[in-house]
Design a protein around this ligand. Structure first.
Ligand SMILES: Cc1cc2nc3c(=O)[nH]c(=O)nc-3n(C[C@H](O)[C@H](O)[C@H](O)COP(=O)(O)OP(=O)(O)OC[C@H]3O[C@@H](n4cnc5c(N)ncnc54)[C@H](O)[C@@H]3O)c2cc1C
Ligand code: SF4
Length: 343
């Protein structure tokens, strides 16, 4: 049985108290949300924080509300199950509701939070292992070692961004509201992730993610999420595809976005999607225009996205699945359907 290393647990009841505790404890202290990623990582000795500050008793961090201007604000501690079941999120942000509904399994979605999902650590088949297993391999760049086992001779960790919600939030233009002892700041989610598998998110020690703010979607907004995984009941993504299309009342595409995850250390936006789809009629009657445009975008995604052997699942098979999941997810978005996955 894997045991947690010793640490001091703090359970503040206000955000201010949590921030002060983190500031006093220093840069090694960590925040505990649902613990479904943090605690396994601690058991694997990927980190040994002396102080763990739990947010579960801070009530103002768990809510979903819509502001007068239509912006949807989701507290960082809102459980994924609540995000997936929210009538507001399902009706207005279908890609996010679908992505949340496919994270892990039911128990983990009730415990795991949206904030913890955005801040999920990167994953790799050579790091999400016990200390004993990793020691047998001589460790790796991400923790305790000097070599990467995915990219021979590589000087940079390429562990995979694996959070299902992140690509959906990127297509939705979300902003992250972050608090520190010095005050609050908002960061566009596009500027939050960096392509560094050792730490792929720009969150400073002592900072707390308090909310995810999503602007009101366009009138003809459509969205969907597609997820390739081994077991439909629980697994992390082998590939995640989030799609957004803004359609005119006649079904003409006015704007579009496509972001993929589980490829490299940061989610990846497919370049040129809006240009390829703008002006295309997406109604069933439009037939070949839409089919041709789908094929073009699927081929673009295939060219731009190269899955690495960083996570389980043959990476060449994952590459072949990129155009398949891109096409299916865009089709599902237009049809108001989804998520795209197998069980
Ligand atoms: C078997 C299994 C399957 C899984 N499958 C999936 C999957 O398919 N897709 C997926 O995306 N995830 C999956 N997960 C990972 C995890 O369950 C989810 O990502 C979950 O949303 C994490 O949220 P949490 O609240 O438990 O985060 P925690 O584990 O509490 O925290 C995760 C990280 O974020 C930090 N953190 C959390 N909240 C805050 C905050 N508000 N401010 C500052 N820092 C914070 C923590 O310090 C930690 O570094 C799986 C986990 C398991 C064990
Ligand atoms: S990508 Fe390389 S350095 Fe990063 S966790 Fe995997 S093996 Fe380690």
């Amino acid at each position: 049985m894997l045991r947690l290393p010793p640490f001091r647990l703090e359970q503040p009841e206000t955000l201010q108290a949590a921030l002060e505790l983190l500031a006093a404890a220093g840069p090694q202290a960590v925040v505990l949300a649902g613990g479904t990623d943090l605690l396994p990582n601690m058991k694997h000795e990927l980190l040994q924080p002396p102080v763990v500050v739990a947010l579960s008793r801070v009530p103002e961090l768990s809510s979903i509300r819509q502001a007068a201007d239509g912006e949807i604000v989701i507290g960082a501690m809102t459980p994924l199950a609540a995000v997936a079941a929210s009538p507001l999120v399902r009706a207005t942000l279908p890609a996010l509701a679908q992505a949340a509904s496919l994270v892990a399994g039911p128990q983990l979605r009730r415990r795991g939070t949206l904030g913890g999902n955005v801040l999920l650590d990167t994953r790799c088949q050579y790091i999400n292992q016990t200390h004993f297993w990793r020691s047998a391999l001589g460790f790796c760049l991400k923790k305790d070692g000097t070599a990467c086992h995915v990219v021979a001779g590589g000087s940079r960790c390429v562990a995979a961004a694996s959070a299902d919600s992140a690509p959906a939030l990127m297509t939705l233009g979300a902003r992250l509201e972050i608090a520190g002892v010095a005050g609050r700041r908002q960061v566009p989610i596009d500027a939050f992730f960096v392509a560094d598998g050792i730490r792929n998110r720009k969150l400073e020690p002592g900072e707390i993610l308090i909310a995810i703010r999503i602007p009101a979607p366009a009138a003809g907004h459509r969205g969907a999420y597609g997820k390739l995984r081994e077991r439909g009941s629980i697994d992390f993504p082998l590939l995640g595809v989030a799609a957004r299309l803004d359609l005119s009342p006649a079904g003409v595409c006015e704007d579009a976005d496509l972001v993929l995850t589980a490829l490299a250390a940061a989610p990846r936006r497919v370049a040129g999607v809006a240009e390829a789809l703008r002006g295309v009629v997406t109604t069933p009657a439009s037939g070949s225009d839409w089919v041709a445009a789908l094929g073009k975008v699927a081929a673009m995604a295939r060219r731009q996205c190269r899955p690495l052997p960083n996570i389980p699942g043959d990476h060449e098979w994952r590459s072949e699945m990129v155009p398949v999941y891109v096409r299916r997810t865009l089709q599902a978005a237009v049809a108001g359907e989804g998520p795209v996955h197998h069980v």
